[in-house]
Design a protein around this ligand. Structure first.
Ligand code: TXA
Ligand code: MG
Length: 340
């Protein structure tokens, strides 16, 4: 087994053909770390039942062990086998799974007393986040593995999530056993995280399934205030600063200062300085396209920082509803004060 920490081994690049998926499945079954694309972002996968593998996931990401991981399954039945079926919102969870899986929705529920998921994967909590992701390659991969796979986003903790295989390698090359290249992720922002551990559903993280779509099925949903200083330590994505590029980020910009890159949308224009770099998330003002491109755009601007002498990223006003809620959330955290 390679040493944890040390970038001591080669990360295999696997194509998403039959052989690549079989190889990725085998590595996972043997306790290896394999990044793979889902419909949302690339995940850093490992056996959720293996304490050693789970520890390697936390180490590779530099993630605090207090931040629990989502477990990925091939089917809803496999996922619900790990859940306490006496939970008050169990039936609601089943209906949501039926409506939205496979797809970008994660459900947090009380874990079954005999769940096989190792305690380290859930940071010792009595709850478990479950998800059945969508995408030909990831669905085939999870079927081949036949085991629950813990998979946080495949970035170093606090940084921008990866929506392409090359993004994973930028941060984790040599730290993980393989990356299964499934191309750019269709949705581009993470799954919606819905907390069903109590008697009322709570939106913990906006994501690929909109709040409007969820409310259509379960009625009004409370929205957790992540940015509040009082937010629960076990709430998803709790850190105010997250999804952070190297450059500072400024939101709702309608006036530019010299040296700023302009991350814009539709036909938004700004007064002030000429943008040092102009990146449009969707010329047509389409929020799905903007979500699909967001993380790649932040990485692209970061990479160009030296060449264009960039001082900051100014972000144009973006929509607030539908997928716009997830975009706003990610950008708000990208703009939040960074830890010293
Ligand atoms: O789209 C996604 O969800 C991607 C792909 C790879 O599936 N995964 C992902 O994982 O975004 P991660 O670890 O980057 O974000 C998962 C969030 C974290 O903020 C974590 O705190 C929260 O879900 N979470 C996981 N288990 C939880 C639990 N039992 N209770 C509360 N929050 C939980
Ligand atoms: Mg993440």
């Amino acid at each position: 087994m390679p040493m944890p920490h040390a970038p001591s081994h080669t990360t295999e690049r696997l194509d998403h053909d039959y052989d690549g998926i079989r190889r990725a499945a085998r590595l996972l079954q043997q306790g290896g770390l394999v990044a793979f694309g889902t419909e949302t972002v690339y995940g850093l996968g490992g056996l959720a039942t293996s304490p050693h593998t789970v520890e390697r996931i936390f180490q590779a990401k530099g993630r605090p062990s207090s931040n629990p991981l989502i477990c990925h399954f091939a089917t809803a039945d496999a996922a619900f086998a790990e859940i306490d079926e006496t939970a008050p919102l169990y039936e609601m969870a089943r209906s949501l799974a039926k409506a939205f899986w496979p797809g970008p929705l994660t459900l947090i529920l009380p874990r079954h007393a005999e769940s096989r998921i190792c305690p380290a994967a859930t940071a010792g909590l009595k709850t478990l986040a479950i998800r059945v992701p969508k995408g030909r390659a990831v669905e085939e991969l999870l079927q081949h593995v036949g085991q629950p796979i813990a998979a946080p986003s495949a970035n170093r903790s606090g940084r921008v999530s990866p929506s392409q295989a090359s993004h994973v390698l930028e941060e984790l090359d040599g730290q993980i056993d393989a990356v299964l290249d499934t191309g750019p992720c269709a949705v581009g922002v993470e799954s919606t995280v819905l907390d069903l551990t109590g008697t009322q559903p709570i939106l913990r993280r906006p994501g690929g399934i909109t709040l409007e779509a969820l409310e259509g099925l379960c009625g009004p949903i409370n929205v957790a205030d992540h940015m509040s200083a009082h937010s629960q330590p076990n709430a998803p994505g709790q850190a105010a600063s997250h999804y952070a590029p190297s450059l500072p980020v400024r939101l709702n910009a309608t006036h530019l200062f010299p040296g700023e890159a302009f991350l814009t949308f539709g036909n938004c224009i700004a007064t002030g300085a000429v943008p040092a770099l102009n990146v449009n998330l969707s010329l047509e003002g389409n929020v799905e396209e903007a979500a699909h491109r967001l993380f790649a755009a932040l990485r692209q601007i970061d990479r160009s920082a030296a060449r264009h002498n960039l001082t900051a990223i100014a972000v144009a006003p973006l929509p607030h509803d539908g997928l716009g809620r997830a975009l706003q959330d990610r950008l708000k955290r990208a703009a939040a004060p960074r830890p010293a």
